[in-house]
Structures are given as structure tokens and as C-alpha cells.
Design a protein around this ligand. Structure first.
Ligand code: PEP
Ligand code: MG
Length: 753
């Protein structure tokens, strides 16, 4: 039976009175369960609280035997109540006895109760316990029943964290302060100790019950209005109005934001006596529970959108509509935790205060990882569930070697990691000492170690790391960070500064590599089903030469009197380089015509990152001045495994026969045509992979600045002829696990990898 509106209001009022009553916390819990069982016409209402060992203890009951209170303990996951706690989901069972998970506890006298409704008691993402109602008759509880119980669970949670309930305190303190280790994947190496800042932090609702429902209704209305306007603005913004995935998400937002049912439920929740914030949280919880019950993946997807929207409404209500943490509030040892993040968002933070990044998605080749590396941050991706399990300013240790994130670590863990961090710093000093030592193998082979960069802030690393030059300057980063299209003068200034900061060391500018996962907020693009294989990089440049020509003009003007190297990404056919050269020549002619000084030299290179080009090397080489392998893309296309999708990006190893044969082919072709060859994908920065590249015949590689020291250390201990012979043998024998063999080789030869 549904409680009437006045009954619900009366219930909320009584809860408020109970909470305000001085007196024993346990007695209040007892009164709360009595009130709930009365309102819901349930014969039983019980509160189970989570203990330090994960078990659930019966803390209060109306209907079960009073002697069972503090006596009945359910092991972790035991029974339907334990299941509710494990899944952190409500459970609605008309015939609880028949459920395989049902656990019978004779001391409670519960055998006569057939139906059961259990909801988790949560606070700020922590599970505190379970609230249960039971009935003798067989019945399925309605969605409204679930909502009432969820509201009551929020009140109970509030009561518990106030510390009023003796004995519960321990359990709650524990759940809020427990150490947790989350295993993810290291996406930018490093060790960091610091304090958590949540990117777009979840708002923790602290005030649940209101004394002024009319005032709360007004606040809610205003916030909904503001939310709708901001979404409409966003949608109408010309950069977002093009079709695409983001558009669908925003349309879903808008659909929910304008949903009358949602508004009605929010209003009802506020009318029942909740604050506007608590109403949003309650409706969010019950909607989530309803959506999770749907097996349809469409609805599961929508649930995420709806969660985002509810979070946004909460932020609007508390006046933090733009999310984020004010720069002044950022601790000096910030560990940034996010569900997902783009490279530009990361750069929004004050990098002098950032130590590490932890994200729930993301792989090592994602652009946020590349930026994290450039900033020297330790970063862990695939840290599932991390956002739910942290609170702002929690202490944390990020081990971006093993991929572990320690939340609220113990003193011993902190001490161990402080030692590790000190050790790393010492290693760093050793690497620094090698800065001016040339990278020459034991048998006298000189390897050119270059660094990858993308922003002016990267350039000081050139001197610090002792790199021989910039083997890859990703020019699109400047474009990605800009709010508008960088005009010619701005580009000239940027490239000129890069060349000046390089102090004569060579710099390879890569022409705009836009498209795929690299999008410009101000550039309208057609919707593409398969953007990685779509209209991107050189394909765009050849179809829309104005963009490319402006960039070439900027390169030429910036490099007046100096050496200029331009590299073209995503070349798929040799003849594309002819078309590129025509455009470049036109710009050179224009430069001279206008009387500007020419660069001292101009070299035009191609990236080999599309497998088709491997079969046209004899045609390509005569058309270029140098070649550089983009192994990130080459591997993704060769194995048809999305580099940004962690489910597949690690599935195939670059150190396996097929890619190694391809790379060998390239080395041979470059040698034959006497064309300089480089490799600038992430594999160049991993000492073991770099060792294999040297074995294949690569003599120049380009990597993140932090990798130069470890790779150089490897080279100084390496015999290039030995590794070449070893690798040749492995490839001849078609050994599948070449990585393991190379590891053994390194170990035997005393090479640190
Ligand atoms: C690559 O693909 O290996 C590469 C260096 O380019 P990006 O990672 O920028 O695509
Ligand atoms: Mg690439």
C-alpha cells in the first residue's frame, strides 16, 4: 500500500523530531525502525551495520527478536542482506525463502517473514550498512516503497556519522578511513605521494531534512532552470552543434533535464521534507536502482548520463556549477582523481601542484597519458571504482610502476613508498649525471636519443635530459588547448620560440595530426563511424589545404635562417607525399616572393604509421628526406586494436614476430635508400623495446624526456651486435614470446631494462 502524501510528510517530520531529540543514539535508532515499519506497514524493520571485518551486525529491529540485536552477525556477502551490501544495490524479494542466497537465522525468528526489501545505507560513497523491511505475506514492494526506504536510509546514515550511536562509530570510522588498494595500469611512470583532488568532485549532501519545504522548492526550481539554460547554451554553442557522439550525450542530458517525471519526483521528495540536495540524491539513487534492473545496455548507458546530470544539478544547487577545485584550494601535492579526462582538462590545473593522475579509463597511448608524461606526472589508468572510493583530500600513494593506487595508506605503506620515491630521486640523479655522456653501446655504436614534445613547457627538458634534439613535436597540442583557431602570427611565434629554446638542436615539427581522438573544440567535423580510420591528419590537410598551408607558412617564417624539419602524419600512400610537396613548394615560393628570409635548410619527412606504406617503401623513400615510425598508430592499425581501448591495446605485443619483421623491413629500406630513420612512438621509451629496436638496426629513437635516462643506461651496457644476432635468431626460429627471451638476454648480459 502506498503511504499518502500527508503520511509521508508526517513520517519525515517525526524523523526530524527523533533526530533532534537529545538522548541515547541507540534509542533513536530503535525509534527510527519503529517509524519506518509503521509507515510502510511492514512487520519487520531492521538496521544492520557494517563492521571492520566486513560482516554485518544487527543494530536495531522492530519485529525480529530483540535478543538478536548485537548478537546476529552476517558474514560478508551472507544472505540477502549481505548481498545487498556487496552489490550496493536494493534487493526486492517477494519470496525470500526461495532465494538461493537466503540465510536462515533461527535466533531472529524471521522464518515467518516471506517478503524482503533491503537498501544499502551509504554515505559519500561509503557503505555503512543495510536497512531492511520484511512482511509475512508474499509481496513485491513498489518503487515508491524503495524510495521511502532509501530516504530513510539516508537519514539513518546521517544519524550514524554524527557519532551518536555507540558501537557504530567504529564501523563508520573504519569505512571512511579504511585503506584500499586499487589495481590499474601504469600509463605514465612514477611514484607519487600526496592528497586527492577530485576532478569535478561529487557533492556530499550533508543537510538532509529541511524546515522550510517551500523555500527548498524554490531553490530546486531555480537550480533546474539554471541547469536547463546552461545545457541549452551548451547545445547551441556552434562548436557543439555538429552531430557526433558528444551531441547524443548532450541530447540525452537535455531529455532528462526537461523530463517532467524527474521534476515531479524531485518536487515530491522536497515536499516530503527533504532539502533540495537530498531530494536530488534520493531520486538519483532510486532511478539508478530502477535503471540497473533493466538489462538493456541502452538504459545502462543512459544511467551514466543521468548520474552526470544529477551531479550537475547538485553542483548547481551548491553554487559550484563549473565543478573543479579552485586553484587556491589545490594542495601542493595534488593527486588528481577522475573518471575520465582529456589532455586539455589536465592542463587546466596548476601543474606545479600536480603529482599524479588517476583515472578510471585511459590507456598508455591516450593523449591524456602523453600529456601526463610530458608533465612528468605519475599516472595510473583503468583504476576502476576509484572515484566512488575516495573523498577529497584523502592521502594517497600512486605507484605508476606496478599500477597500484593506495588510498588512505597505512603509515608503513607511506614509509615504504617514501623510501621508494627517494630511491627514484637518487636514480634520477644518476640519470642526470649521464646527461652529457653520449649514448654509445659497448661495441661503439652511437644511438641518437631524441625527445618528444608538444608544448613550449616541454622545451627545458631538452637540456635537462641531454636529448640530441626533438624527434617529434606534436603541434596539434597547441591547437587542442586553444579556444579558437591559432592564427598565423600566433603559430609563427610559438614555433619560433620552440626553435629558440632548442638552441640549435634539431626539431622535427609534425604537421597537424587532427582527427581520430584528437579533436579541436572549434573545428566542425563530419560525424564519423570510425574516426581513427577517418578523415584525419594528412587526409584533412590535402582536402582542406588552407589549414595545412597556413601551418607550413608559419613553420617557414619561424625558421628563417635556421634548419626546418616538417613531418607528415598518417601517410597511407607514397603519392600523398608528392601532393604535400607541391603545397610546401607553393609556400616556399610565396615566402620568397614576399621577401622573407628562407630557412637554411628544409627537410620533409613522412611518418610510417599506416601499414599500407610498408609495402611501398621503395616508392616512398625517394620522395622524402627522412622517415619516422609512429609505432603507436602502426601497432594499432597492424593489429586492428584500438590504442585507446584498454581491453585490446595490451593484447598484442610490439615485440612479436609480425611487427618486428615490419620494422626490420623499414630499416633495410631506409639503409638501401640512405634515408634517415627514426621511431617516435611510446615503445622507444621502454628500455627493453628500445633494446630490440637497436637490435633491428634503429640508430635514432625519440621518446618522452623522462625515458632518456633509463634508455641511455641500457645502451651504455649493451652490445649492439650481440642483441642484433640474438634477435635475428629469435625471428628466424619464429619464437612467439620474444619479449621474455629479450628479458632473459638482458638479465644474462647485466643490462638494466
Ligand atoms: C604514433 O602514432 O606513434 C605517434 C608518435 O603519434 P601519435 O601518438 O601522436 O599519434
Ligand atoms: Mg600517430
Amino acid at each position: 500500500m502506498l503511504p499518502s502524501e500527508p503520511a509521508l510528510r508526517g513520517f519525515m517530520r517525526r524523523l526530524r523530531e527523533i533526530m533532534a531529540d537529545p538522548g541515547d543514539g541507540q534509542a533513536r535508532l530503535d525509534r527510527i525502525v519503529r517509524q519506518i515499519s509503521g509507515l510502510m506497514v511492514a512487520e519487520v524493520c531492521s538496521i544492520y551495520l557494517k563492521r571492520q571485518d566486513g560482516s554485518l551486525e544487527l543494530f536495531a529491529t522492530e519485529g525480529l527478536r530483540p535478543s538478536a540485536v548485537h548478537d546476529t552477525r552476517l558474514k560478508r556477502g551472507e544472505g540477502l542482506v549481505g548481498r545487498c551490501a556487496e552489490l550496493v544495490q536494493s534487493i526486492n524479494e517477494p519470496d525470500a525463502h526461495a532465494h538461493p542466497a537466503f540465510s536462515f537465522r533461527p535466533e531472529t525468528g524471521e522464518e515467518i517473514y516471506q517478503s524482503l526489501l533491503a537498501v544499502p545505507i551509504q554515505r559519500g560513497g561509503d557503505l555503512l550498512g543495510v536497512l531492511v523491511v520484511q512482511n509475512k505475506s508474499r509481496k513485491e514492494y513498489s518503487d515508491e516503497d524503495t524510495e521511502i526506504l532509501q530516504t530513510a536510509a539516508m537519514v539513518v546514515a546521517e544519524h550514524l556519522v554524527s557519532g551518536a550511536v555507540a558501537g557504530a562509530h567504529n564501523a563508520i570510522e573504519f569505512s571512511k578511513s579504511a585503506s584500499v588498494v586499487i589495481k590499474g595500469e601504469a600509463i605514465s611512470e612514477g611514484i607519487a605521494l600526496g592528497h586527492v583532488v577530485l576532478h569535478e568532485p561529487r557533492i556530499v549532501v550533508t543537510k538532509l531534512l529541511s524546515d522550510d519545504p517551500a523555500g527548498e522548492l524554490k531553490r530546486l526550481e531555480a537550480a533546474i532552470r539554471e541547469l536547463r539554460v546552461s545545457l541549452d547554451d551548451m547545445l547551441e554553442h556552434e562548436n557543439l552543434s555538429a552531430a557526433g557522439e558528444h551531441r547524443e550525450v548532450l541530447d540525452a542530458y537535455r531529455m532528462f533535464a526537461h523530463d517532467k517525471g524527474w521534476e515531479r519526483r524531485l518536487n515530491e521528495a522536497v515536499s516530503s521534507g527533504l532539502t533540495a540536495e537530498a531530494a536530488v540524491e534520493r531520486v538519483q539513487n532510486s532511478t539508478r536502482a530502477r535503471m540497473l534492473r533493466q538489462n538493456d545496455p541502452y538504459w545502462r548507458e543512459r544511467q551514466r548520463d543521468f548520474d552526470d546530470l544529477s551531479d550537475r544539478l547538485l553542483r548547481t544547487l551548491v553554487g559550484r556549477a563549473n565543478g573543479g577545485t579552485a586553484p587556491s584550494e589545490l594542495p601542493n601535492d595534488t593527486i588528481l582523481v577522475a573518471r575520465t579526462m582529456g589532455p586539455a582538462e589536465l592542463l587546466d590545473y596548476d601543474r606545479t601542484k600536480l603529482r599524479a593522475l588517476v583515472i578510471e579509463d585511459g590507456s598508455g597511448q591516450s593523449h591524456v597519458a602523453i600529456v601526463a608524461k610530458a608533465l612528468g606526472l605519475a599516472a595510473v589508468g583503468q583504476a576502476k571504482g576509484v572515484v566512488e572510493r575516495v573523498s577529497a583530500l584523502d592521502a594517497a600513494v600512486v605507484d605508476a610502476e606496478s599500477g597500484e593506487v593506495h588510498l588512505r595508506p597505512s603509515g608503513e605503506v607511506i614509509a615504504a613508498y617514501s623510501d621508494k620515491a627517494r630511491f627514484r630521486a637518487k636514480r634520477q640523479k644518476q640519470y642526470e649525471a649521464l646527461r652529457d655522456t653520449p649514448a654509445i653501446t659497448r661495441d661503439g655504436v652511437r644511438i641518437s636519443l631524441q625527445m618528444n614534445a608538444g608544448l613550449l613547457v616541454d622545451m627545458p627538458h631538452l637540456a635537462e635530459s641531454g636529448a640530441d634534439g626533438v624527434g617529434l613535436f606534436r603541434t596539434e597540442l597547441q591547437f587542442m588547448l586553444s579556444q579558437t583557431f591559432p592564427r598565423l602570427e600566433r603559430q609563427i611565434k610559438a614555433y619560433r620560440s620552440v626553435l629558440s629554446e632548442a638552441c640549435g638542436k634539431p626539431v622535427v615539427f609534425r604537421a597537424l595530426d587532427i582527427g581520430g581522438d584528437k579533436s579541436l573544440p572549434y573545428l566542425r567535423r563530419p560525424e564519423e563511424e570510425n574516426p581513427a580510420l577517418g578523415w584525419r591528419a594528412i587526409r584533412m590537410s590535402l582536402d582542406r589545404p588552407a589549414l595545412f598551408r597556413t601551418q607550413v607558412r608559419a613553420f617557414l617564417r619561424a625558421a628563417a635562417g635556421r634548419d626546418l624539419r616538417i613531418m607528415v602524419p598518417m601517410v597511407s600512400a607514397a603519392h600523398e607525399m608528392d601532393a604535400v610537396r607541391v603545397l610546401v613548394d607553393k609556400e616556399v615560393a610565396l615566402l620568397l616572393h614576399r621577401g622573407y628570409e628562407k630557412p637554411r635548410s628544409l627537410r620533409l619527412g613522412a611518418m610510417v604509421e599506416v601499414p599500407s606504406l610498408l609495402y611501398e617503401l621503395d616508392q616512398l623513400m625517394p620522395k622524402v628526406d627522412f622517415v619516422s615510425v609512429g609505432s603507436n598508430d602502426l601497432m594499432q592499425f597492424m593489429f586492428a586494436a584500438d590504442r585507446g581501448n584498454a581491453l585490446v591495446s595490451r593484447r598484442f605485443d610490439p615485440l612479436s614476430p609480425a611487427p618486428l619483421r615490419a620494422l626490420k623491413m623499414l630499416v633495410k629500406a631506409a639503409k638501401k635508400h640512405k634515408i634517415p630513420l627514426n621511431l617516435c612512438g611510446e615503445m622507444a621509451g621502454r628500455p627493453l623495446d628500445a633494446m630490440a629496436l637497436i637490435g633491428l638496426g634503429f640508430r635514432a629513437i625519440s621518446m618522452a624526456p623522462a625515458s632518456i635516462g633509463p634508455v641511455k643506461t641500457m645502451i651504455l651496457a649493451l652490445d649492439a651486435n650481440d642483441v642484433a644476432a640474438f634477435l635475428e635468431d629469435m625471428m628466424q626460429k619464429n619464437v612467439t614470446h620474444i619479449r621474455d627471451e629479450l628479458k632473459r638476454f638482458a638479465e644474462k648480459s647485466g643490462i638494466e631494462v
